[in-house]
Write a protein of this length. Sequence first.
Length: 560
Amino acid sequence: MLKVALAQINSRVGDLTGNTQKIVDAATRAQAQGASVLVTPELALTGYPPEDLLLRPAFRAACDQALADLAEALKEIPDLTVVVGHPRARDQHMFNAATVLRYGKVMGSYGKLELPNYAVFDEQRYFVPDGAPCLFEANGLRIAVNICEDIWAARAPAMAKAAGANLLVVLNASPFHLDKQRERIDVVRSNASRIGLPVAFCNLVGGQDELVFDGGSFVLDANGSLIARAPQFQEDLLVVDFFEGATLAGESIDTIAPDLSVEQQAYQALVLGTRDYVTKNGFQGAVIGLSGGVDSALVLAIAADALGPEHVRAVIMPSPFTAAMSVEDAKACAQALGVKADVIDITALYEQFKLSLSEVFTGRPEDVTEENIQARIRGTLLMAISNKTSALVLVTGNKSETAVGYCTLYGDMAGGFAVIKDLFKGMVYRLCHERNRIAVETAGLPVIPQRILSRAPSAELRPDQTDQDSLPPYDALDDMLSRFIEHGETRADLIAAGYASAEVDRVLRMVRHSEYKRRQSAPGVRISKRAFGRDWRYPLTNRFEESSQRTTLSRKGEPT
C-alpha cells in the first residue's frame, strides 16, 4: 500500500519563505498521517503566476536558495518523498519544474512539456518545454510526474505510461472559471484513464490578482472512477491509500467533497478572491459606496463574508436625486450584515461643483456631465476614507455595465478591486438570492432587502432615471454580451439569434467605444472563460467595427 498526500495550499506569489514553510507544515502533517509521498501544486514555491518576476536574476537566485532551504528542512521528515513545483534554470533556459526530494536530496526533476499560451496564460514568455519522463519509486509503485497543461493533452501522460509508470501525479495551478472542475475530470479521463493510468491531481487554491484557484484536488483510479476529492476554495490535505492498480482502500464516500452549484461556485470564488486580494496586499479592511442598489448590496455581502463585518465600512452618499427608500434599504442591508454605515450627503458638494463650473459651462445645457460629477464626488470621498483608514475601496460595477461603458471614470469606477467585475447583471441577482438563501437557512432572515431585488435598477443621477433609459433590458443585453464576449459570436450570429440589427450594432458599438474605460478599471475576480483583463486585449485606438457593410474606397484610397 502507498499513501499519497495532496497539499492543496494557498501560496503567495513572491513569498518564498512563507511558501516554503507551508510546504514543510504540509509535509509534517502528511507524515503524521502515514503518507509516503507528498505532492504540491504547480510552482508552489513561488506562487502562481510569478510573471515577470521570473525575468529578474535576483528572483531566480532566491528561488534556487528557497529550494535548497526546503530540501534542508525536509531532512527532519524522514521516509517522505516530496514533489515540489518551482522554476528551474538549466543551460540558460528556464523550466516550469517539479523536483522530487527525499531525505533532503534531489531524486529527480521534471520540466513541463505543454506550455499554455492562451487566455490568461503566457508561459512561453518565460519557460521552454521539456517533458522528459521523470519517474521515482515508492513502496514498490513507479510514479511519474506531469504538470498542469500536460494532462490537458495526450503526449505527456502517454510518455509516462510508456516509461513504466503505475501512477501519475499532476501538479496544478489550474485557474477557476464556472464549472471548471467538471472539465478537469473529463480531460483527465480522456488523456490518462483511457490508457489505464491512475492520476492524483493536486491543485492550487487561493486568489492572485484577478485569478482564483479553487483547489478541488482529486484522484481517479485506473478506470477513471473518482475515488477522492478535496473541497473547493479552501486549503486541504487530501491523503489517499493506493494499492497496485490504484484502488482506494475502504469506503471512499467520506473523501469525496460534494459538488457545488454554479451559484455556490461563483459566490465562494468571489469571497476567496476578495479576501486574498485585500489581505495579501496588506490592507486593513474594505470600504464600499452603498447605494441601496443590487450591485453594492452584493459586494457588501461578499466583503463581510470575506473579511468579517468588523473590517468593512459602508458609506451611503445621497444626492438630490437619491430616493429615500434607497437610503433606507442601504442602511437595512448594512445592519443585517453587521457592517458600520456612514451617511455623507453630497448635495452641498454637488451644488458647489456646479457653481465653480458655472462660468465655464455658460450657455451649455445640463447633460451627462452633471451626472458624472455626482459619481466623481462619491469616488473622491471613498478614496479619502481609504487613504485615512488603509481600507481598500471595493468597486461595485458589474460586467454588463463595464462592457458597454455604463460607468464613470474616476467615479463609480474609482477603487482598488472590482469584486463583481465578471458578473453579468442577471448573475448578480442570482447570487443575491443565493446569499439570502444561506442567511435564511442559518439565521432565519435575509441580509439583502427584498425591495433592493425587486426595484428597477437605477444610477439615480437624474430625476426618475432607470438603467433601461440607456440600455436594452438586462436579460437581452446579458445574452448579447455573453455571446459576443465569452463565446466569440459575430454580429451575424446575434442577428440570427433574433436580435434586431440596429440593437446589435448599438451594443457592439458601446462595447468597442468603452475599451478606454476598461483599460483603466480596477482588477477583479475572474469567474468566466473570458473576463475583461488578462484574456481580453483589444487596442484602445481602433476603428474596426463589425458590420455587414463592405468598405468602399475613395479615389485617394481612403475609406468612405
